[in-house]
Each structure stands twice: as structure tokens, then as C-alpha cells.
Design a protein around this ligand. Structure first.
Ligand SMILES: Nc1ncnc2c1ncn2[C@@H]1O[C@H](COP(=O)(O)OP(=O)(O)OP(=O)(O)O)[C@@H](O)[C@H]1O
Length: 255
């Protein structure tokens, strides 16, 4: 039986390879994410970023190697089970309840963290805490004025904000962000970066993002994938100054 200490990494990717039939897409991928770390995975089109995300989030099986979440092997685990184990994939999948109010959506997410089911009678300290945490999250997200609005009637960017709020409310060990600003204008993008930054202060994040302003605005470590291998991992500053990375990606990046 494994025990976890505070210094243990939240996520470990160890010697992972992935092939589709004869096509090798990823090889020798090694990564370790500490608690509270915000890691961006960048790289040219076709480098294997989405494949890596799909391996970590349980959508694809690894061909070789292992993936651990909080010291437990998770490669081969179905996405819905991973969700219950604390790995939450946000964006590109809309998981809000459109017929409910924004408040009720967040309330349900906070309830799930406290392992409560909906009940007619909701009195007592735990329900009071659930209500207070919902109010705090609404406040942090600056969504209080919209609390009573039906989620389905919110603007697209507001629905995405609600979704990240719900993700945070469930208290996951790690949040995977899949191009969190895809399809947004410049001003929506910079608002979303500020929003994610505010909402995920103590969360562990792994994100795939093409927009370098988003990457450099949010990540404290960056892994660069090229041709299915990790070319470099380091701070934004180190990655920006890495000649190999510049040659393989940053200088030639059209995004
Ligand atoms: N299901 C699949 N079957 C066969 N090949 C695949 C499959 N999924 C991805 N690939 C191939 O794997 C390589 C990596 O694709 P992937 O989508 O992971 O790259 P990416 O870095 O996310 O690219 P982009 O930035 O364009 O989204 C590509 O050559 C792609 O064609």
C-alpha cells in the first residue's frame, strides 16, 4: 500500500510512449507536477500535445510506461473514474446544467466535494458551509450579480467562467485545461487569463494552449513537445531563452 506525503508530486508521467498502429506519436515522455504547479505543454502542430492530454485524462491507453496520480497508477483508468479520483478536465466539454441557476450549478459542485446528495431538508453545519463556500466562490469569480440567472441563458464566456468555477468547486487534485481561451477575442482572452489566475491560485494545473500570451501569463513551468518527445522543461524565462526551443518552435510559431 502506498502512502502520500506533502512533497510527493501530484502527477507523474513515467517513460510513456504512444503509438497508433505503426505510427509512433509519443516516446519517452517523463513529467512530474508538484502540488500547486501550473504546467503548460506547448509545441508545434502535430507534436503530440492532445495525445498526451488524452493519455493523462484516460481517453487513450498508453502503449508503454505509466501515469500516476497521487502515487496511484491511473493509466488505463476510465475518465469518469479519474474524475472521482481528483483529475478534472475542463473546457471543450461543457458540463454545466443549463436549466439550473448559476448559483445552483456551483452549489451542486461544492456539494459533491462534501460528498453530499441533494436533500429536501438541508440544515446543519455542513449545509451551512456548502452555502458559504458557494457564496465565496461566486464572489471570487465576480459572478454574484448573475447568481439567479439560468445557466443556459448566460453568454458563452460566462458559461466558460461558470465551468471553471464548478471545476474548482469540486476541489480536484489536478485540473487539465484544454485550450482554455480557444475561440475568444483578445479582450476575452486577457479577461479569461486573469480569471483563471484568480480562481486557481492554489490548484495544480496542466494546460495545453497555443496562445503564447496565455501560456506565459499563467504557467510557472513549461514543457515543450516536439516530434513526440519533450524537448525542454523549465520556467517561462528559461524556455524563452532556450535556443533549441526557439529553433524548433517559438521562432517558427505562427500562433
Ligand atoms: N487516433 C489517431 N490515430 C492515428 N494518428 C493519430 C491519432 N490521433 C493523433 N494522431 C497523430 O498523432 C500526431 C500528434 O497529434 P496530436 O493531435 O496529439 O498533436 P497536437 O500537438 O495536439 O497538434 P495540434 O496542435 O495541431 O492540436 C499527429 O501526427 C496526428 O495525426
Amino acid at each position: 500500500m502506498t502512502t502520500k506525503s506533502a512533497a510527493d508530486p501530484v502527477l507523474v508521467v513515467r517513460g510513456v510512449a504512444k503509438s497508433f498502429g505503426p505510427i509512433a506519436v509519443l516516446d519517452e515522455i517523463n513529467m512530474s507536477l508538484a502540488a500547486g504547479e501550473r504546467r503548460a505543454v506547448i509545441g508545434p502542430n502535430g507534436a503530440g500535445k492532445s495525445t498526451l492530454f488524452n493519455l493523462v485524462s484516460g481517453r487513450f491507453a498508453v502503449t508503454k510506461g505509466s501515469i500516476l496520480l497521487n502515487n496511484k497508477r491511473i493509466d488505463g483508468t476510465a475518465p469518469h473514474r479519474l474524475n472521482r479520483m481528483g483529475l478534472s478536465r475542463s473546457f471543450q466539454i461543457t458540463q454545466i446544467f443549463k436549466g439550473l441557476s448559476l448559483y445552483d450549478n456551483i452549489y451542486l459542485a461544492v456539494m459533491s466535494r462534501h460528498k453530499r446528495r441533494w436533500a429536501i431538508s438541508r440544515f446543519g453545519p455542513v449545509w451551512k458551509m456548502i452555502h458559504q463556500e458557494t457564496e465565496q466562490l461566486l464572489d471570487l469569480a465576480q459572478l454574484t450579480p448573475l447568481a439567479r440567472k439560468q445557466a443556459g441563458t448566460l453568454a458563452y464566456s460566462e458559461q466558460r467562467a461558470l465551468e471553471i468555477c464548478m471545476t474548482v468547486a469540486t476541489g480536484p487534485s489536478i485540473i487539465l485545461l484544454d485550450e482554455p481561451t480557444a475561440g475568444m477575442s483578445r479582450s476575452e482572452t486577457s479577461n479569461m487569463v486573469a480569471f483563471i489566475d484568480r480562481m486557481t491560485k492554489n490548484c495544480t494545473l496542466m494546460m495545453v494552449e497555443h496562445d503564447m500570451d496565455v501560456v506565459f501569463g499563467l504557467a510557472d513551468t513549461i514543457s515543450v513537445l516536439a516530434n513526440g518527445r519533450i524537448l525542454a522543461t523549465g520556467t517561462p524565462e528559461a524556455i524563452r531563452n532556450n535556443q533549441q526551443v526557439q529553433d524548433a518552435y517559438l521562432n517558427g510559431s505562427t500562433e
